[in-house]
Design a protein around this ligand. Structure first.
Ligand code: F0G
Length: 466
């Protein structure tokens, strides 16, 4: 049964609304539900905003110089967009504030004059999940819940573990055994989470955790929880604020469970409705070819003229998704309808890229001195394709969102550079990923002569690279 706690810090003017226009049921902002109890549809948080865009732009810029913990957070700085009262106590690790890097090598690789990388891997736990988790955990504390839970391919788990520790809440995470990176597992253990390893994949874990969340003592903070989306949508505000409210032509994100694309789409749309911007960036989503149910849906509907997502057929889940980009190894994305709405509204695209393309793009992002985890590099691989097919012009203003830090999956990095990475590490049907941009370590005797000789040799060069 849904519960409502009158003590909560959420704004009374905000509500939760079913995304299906044919239903549109509304629920109290503090009702602890994840989907519409009338039709099973996903939920949006909606609210009226009284202040003008200009006033908010000034206020948010003034907050950049403030030492208030809420203003230091790149999420809570934009708190007028969030469904909380201004004085609400927050659970924060000073998340957000992530840099936008110019990436000339990646740009040239994609066939672009310039490319910007918004690096969400620079968040406190090394992934974009923190921008949503700060809001979901603030709501969890406000509701007075006992235990917070999630299913995860690793990053949501690490993020939840950290924020639950900050909030002094018990937390349990469900991860597919042997399928998440060691770094992510290590983080979750270190932050004190109860880690439950499951024989199965992420989709099995997601199914199990949704059943578990029917218990009143449990609060689910996967991105099906609309408060996660509220936090992640502020990335759109931070990005535009950093760019002086100049709208990029394209924003490209990786797609797994499709919470991130949903959130950015919601953020940009709300900022447009509020008058901050006059047009939307085209939002495109890139999946790994072995885990691409959303890209398949999009491909099958290429001739579909309608921008009305409700008239599209249902996404067909992929039963055995596989990709070395384990963060996005997902066959049944929960938020596909919301993500479809965001892509159609902004006239974006959905596509998939193969393992070789992801691996090479990742190495190129590294050569810009930026680095990211494999799932994040799918964006750069996808942009290269979108430039090749003419969707993106060479002069266009393009932002790729990097979702995770390079240290999130070092096994992958070492294997690539040692030319020892295989497209499927689990089965015998594996094919080798060429370390086309590999940079393996060189063995050398510990003497000056030997080191100098090595530096002058063909395989190791000290000459600056172009
Ligand atoms: N990139 C990274 C690094 C991720 O960890 C994820 C998702 C995605 C992209 C895809 O984002 O799901 O919002 O479409 N990771 C989730 C997790 C599923 O459990 O950490 P999405």
């Amino acid at each position: 049964m849904p519960t409502t706690n009158p003590q909560t810090a959420a704004k009374s003017t905000a509500t939760q609304r079913c995304i299906d226009p044919a239903c549109g049921s509304r629920f109290d902002i503090n009702e602890r539900i994840y989907v519409c109890s009338n039709c099973g549809g996903l939920l949006d948080v909606v609210q009226e905003l009284a202040t003008s865009a200009e006033q908010l732009q000034d206020l948010w810029t003034r907050r950049l110089a403030s030492n208030d913990a809420r203003d230091r957070s790149g999420v809570w700085r934009y708190r007028e967009l969030l469904p909380f009262a201004d004085e609400a106590p927050i659970v924060s690790l000073a998340e957000g504030n992530t840099p936008i890097y110019e990436a000339p090598r990646s740009a040239a690789y994609c066939g672009l004059n310039a490319l910007s990388l918004k690096h969400q891997g620079c968040n406190p736990t090394g992934s974009f999940k923190d921008t949503g988790m700060t809001v979901a955990l603030t709501q969890a504390v406000s509701l007075g819940v006992g235990t917070v839970v999630c299913a995860s391919t690793g990053n949501t788990a690490a993020s939840l573990a950290a924020y639950a520790a900050r909030a002094k809440l018990q937390c349990a995470i469900l991860v597919p055994r042997g399928q998440i990176s060691h770094a992510k597992l290590a983080q979750s253990l270190d932050y004190g989470a109860t880690v439950l390893e499951l024989a199965g994949n992420f989709d099995d874990a997601m199914r199990a955790i949704r059943e578990l969340a029917e218990d009143e003592s449990i609060y689910l903070v996967n991105s099906i929880n609309p408060f996660r989306i509220e936090g992640q949508k502020t990335v759109a505000a931070e990005l535009l604020h950093q760019r002086g409210w100049q709208v990029p032509d394209h924003v490209v994100v990786p797609g797994g469970n499709l919470g991130n694309s949903t959130a950015l789409g919601k953020g940009f749309s709300e900022l447009k409705e509020l008058g901050f911007i006059t047009r939307l960036p085209r939002l495109s989503v890139v999946q790994a070819a072995g885990a691409a149910p959303f890209a398949s849906l999009f491909k099958s509907e290429v001739k579909h003229e309608t921008l009305d997502w409700t008239s599209w057929p249902a996404l067909i889940p992929m039963e055995h998704p596989h990709t070395l980009a384990t963060a996005i190894k997902i066959g049944a994305p929960v938020s596909w309808q919301k993500a479809l709405r965001a892509v159609l509204t902004s006239e974006g695209k959905v596509l998939s890229v193969n393992e070789q393309e992801i691996a090479d793009a990742k190495a190129i992002v590294g050569l810009d001195g930026v680095g990211c985890e494999p799932a994040s590099a799918s964006t750069v691989a996808g942009i290269k394709r979108l430039v090749a097919d003419g969707t993106i012009g060479p002069e266009d203003d393009v932002v790729a969102v990097l979702t995770g830090h390079v240290l999130k999956d070092t096994d992958y990095v070492i294997r690539y550079h040692q030319d020892n990475l295989f497209s499927d590490m689990e089965t015998s049907k594996r094919s080798k990923i060429k370390g086309a941009y590999r940079n393996p370590p060189a063995l050398v005797e510990p003497t000056r002569e030997a080191i100098m000789k090595k530096l002058k040799s063909k395989d190791v060069s000290t000459k600056p690279r172009r």
